[in-house]
Design a binder for this molecule. Structure first.
Ligand code: HEC
Length: 241
């Protein structure tokens, strides 16, 4: 018994380690994958603010239209550059070599970033750029120290500085202080980043909304089938006893 218990603890250790990893505190993204309007706004933020540097090379425009409840015409008008075709994937013109030359690191494809990093990490990352004059773009990030990405939402969020406290020689993040205002309030900006995170989660697993919708029917079917099977069983056994 004891041995079994120890074996269980040992097997679970990597899990605990993973959960604790990352260092900085992450905020709860609290995304709602059933909220079509939120996903549509997220798609708009993605194409306007990210798609110049990051691709989503496994995501097709027409698939996006279908899943997000938009017509192909709406997608063409709002989410696409005129040179792209509706059946194409979300690629970018910048080559990885240029990306590396301009930013030091080529911006990675974001198709599966929500699965690699998790939605809480993304939501926190997008809201955690702060002024740091020692960095090439004048900003740093609390959850991704020395990141090579500029603060693309500076107009919406404004600029903030980070306050760190000294914890026995370690710099520990404490809070942000707003330095210049953005065009959005904090809660508006949080919602915008929630929308964008939901969209990134969607492209990481485009079938997920369908899967959840189907799941309800599967459970209903099992419940009905159980009832029928039980009645049949009673019928079969009624003369045996
Ligand atoms: C001007 C170019 C540029 C734009 C625009 C941009 N990024 Fe980035 N991004 C980068 C670069 C360069 C990196 C690589 C940073 C590094 O590894 O240091 C990066 C890294 C990231 C990462 C971290 C990837 C990892 O390694 O885990 C995420 C997430 C990300 N970007 C999301 C976004 C989102 C979402 C948007 C749109 C709101 C966006 N980026 C807009 C250049 C850009």
């Amino acid at each position: 018994m004891n041995k079994l218990f120890i074996a269980f603890i040992l097997a679970a250790v990597p899990l605990f380690g993973f959960a604790a990893g990352g260092g900085a505190h992450l905020d709860d993204a609290d995304i709602d994958m059933g909220d079509e309007a939120s996903l549509q706004r997220g798609a708009k933020y993605f194409v306007n603010y990210c798609l110049s540097c990051h691709s989503a090379q496994y995501q097709r425009y027409n698939r996006t239209a279908k899943d997000l409840g938009l017509t192909e015409e709406e997608v063409k008008q709002n989410l696409m550059f005129t040179t792209d075709k509706i059946g194409e994937t979300m690629t970018i013109a910048m080559s990885p070599e240029d990306g590396e030359r301009w930013f030091g690191v080529a911006p990675p494809d974001l198709s599966v970033i929500a699965r690699a990093r998790g939605v809480d990490w993304l939501y926190t990352y997008l809201r955690s750029f702060y002024i740091d004059e020692s960095r090439p773009f004048g900003v740093n990030n609390v959850v991704f120290p020395d990141v090579g990405m500029p603060h693309v939402f500076w107009e919406l969020q404004g600029m903030q500085k980070a306050v760190f406290k000294d914890d026995g020689g370690n710099k520990v993040f404490e809070k942000f202080e707003q330095v210049t205002p953005g065009s959005m309030s904090t809660s508006e900006f949080d919602q915008a980043m929630r929308d964008l995170t939901a969209f990134l989660s969607y492209i990481g697993e485009p079938i997920q909304m369908e899967r959840k919708r189907l799941g309800v029917w599967v459970l209903l079917f099992i419940a009905v089938f159980f009832g029928l099977a039980y009645m049949l069983k009673k019928e079969y056994w009624k003369d045996v006893h």
